[in-house]
Design a protein around this ligand. Structure first.
Ligand code: NAD
Ligand code: ZN
Length: 379
């Protein structure tokens, strides 16, 4: 019987404009002039100090009437309602997100609530948040709450690499962990609808592959450049891979097991684990994805070597849960297999038992790699 619900059309979505370069923030007034005259500038106190103050001054010179919204640190409903009320009260006509993934996710939600456009100015290259039409929301205590999807992507994403290079290299490495999952998950989810509800286009497939190519070519070199605070061509390439290519690649390509297992890890209550960055948890989960993909050892080694070379976790112990019991890992697998999870985008047979075994298989693959290379990691 033909399935009447089967999606047949392809769909690709993206921000309207992406700008990246050293000192790009100086051109923000020019790029933002078509959006309105009274932005709500959302950033936390730390980011205000390193970039917000300068941006605010430049916008005021260009005659924008800027309202500063001080982001409290969690992408929670409470925070979104509080800052949305501020924006409404001050009659703002567009939103600017300046900061990391949580600031960006909150700004997207505020813009959607107020029916306004959002301009995203990431100050780290640590996640896929800048380009996507979605937010990951949390409870004020940091527990995952829900995903929220929007009909539009951010209108503009502007990345100033002179600011991003000032961030600790752990942020760039974490972005590499997140971006390394993109191509593998898109390949595993090739025949399932993407986040826009259509099938992946050839462009999305090519973007995922290009993203991965750049990470293997320049990932380690970029992290070293970041440590030296040097904006080099390798650094620029990896910032683009982490931010633009991975963002477009995951949203229009699709996610699979790696992000589902990342979400499943919240089933374990462990402080060290939860202090890990998004991309660090995704890195280990990507090894699980490789196991489920039946990747040969040589292929596993290629990914694990890159992860290890930039300090990403490759074992459960690296994540702080080396002593996790089978019962705990089964809870991770169960959560990764929740009905709405992206793991179901995969073509292969998936059960909680298969995922539990993949987690154990990934852990021993990471351990085996450490023994063979004598590496101890430096996280
Ligand atoms: N919406 C999406 O598509 C998507 C995709 C992936 C991840 N995410 C979300 O992104 C969030 C993680 O984002 P994150 O890793 O950027 O962390 P984050 O937003 O929590 O930021 C971490 C810290 O970095 C600081 N910071 C920002 N810029 C800095 C700089 N240049 N130098 C030094 N410190 C700086 C901030 O002040 C903050 O304290 C998670 O909530 C995750 O769920 C969203
Ligand atoms: Zn991610």
């Amino acid at each position: 019987m033909p399935n009447p619900n089967r999606v047949t059309e392809k769909l690709f979505q993206s921000p309207s404009k992406y700008i990246q370069g050293p000192s790009a923030i100086h051109n923000a007034p020019k790029y933002l002039s078509s959006f309105g005259v009274a932005p709500l500038l959302l950033c936390d106190d730390f980011v205000y100090g390193i970039a917000g103050e300068g941006l605010m001054a430049a916008l005021e010179v260009a005659k924008f009437k800027v309202t500063r919204g001080i982001f409290g640190g969690e992408a929670s409903k409470d925070e979104i309602v509080r800052l949305g009320a501020l924006g409404k009260d001050k009659l703002v006509d567009f939103i600017i997100a300046l900061g990391g993934g949580k600031t960006i996710d909150s700004a997207k939600a505020i813009a959607d609530d107020l029916g306004l456009k959002v301009a995203v100015l990431p100050t780290t290259a640590s996640t896929d948040a800048p380009c996507s039409a979605g937010s990951v929301l949390y409870q004020p205590n940091g527990k995952f709450e829900n995903y929220r999807f929007y009909s539009n992507n951010p209108s503009i994403v502007l990345v100033d690499t002179s600011i991003v290079v000032q961030a600790p290299s752990r942020f760039l490495a974490s972005g590499i962990g997140d971006a390394l999952a993109t191509n593998l998950e898109a390949k595993a989810a090739r025949n399932s609808p993407n986040f826009g509800g259509g099938l992946p286009t050839e462009a999305a497939v090519a973007i995922g592959a290009k993203c991965e190519e750049i990470l293997f070519k320049y990932g380690r070199q970029a992290v070293e450049a970041n440590r030296a605070k040097a904006v080099t061509p390798a650094f620029e390439a990896v910032v683009e891979a982490n931010t633009l290519l991975s963002g477009l690649g995951f949203e229009s390509g699709g996610l699979a097991a790696a992000h589902a297992i990342h979400n499943g890890l919240t089933a374990i209550d462990n402080h060290t684990l939860h202090a890990k960055m998004h991309g660090e948890k995704v890195a280990f989960s990507t090894i699980c994805q490789l196991i489920l993909d039946s990747a040969p050892t040589s292929e596993m080694d290629r990914y694990i070597s890159l992860m290890a070379s930039v300090g990403l976790p490759t074992t459960l112990a690296d994540l702080g849960i080396g002593n996790a019991t089978d019962e705990e890992l089964r809870r991770v697998a169960a959560l990764a297999c929740a009905p709405n999870e992206t793991i179901w985008n995969m073509d292969r047979v998936i059960t909680e038992e298969i995922v539990f075994n993949a987690i154990k298989g990934a852990d021993v693959a990471g351990k085996d790699h450490k023994v063979r290379t004598g590496s101890v990691g430096f996280l």
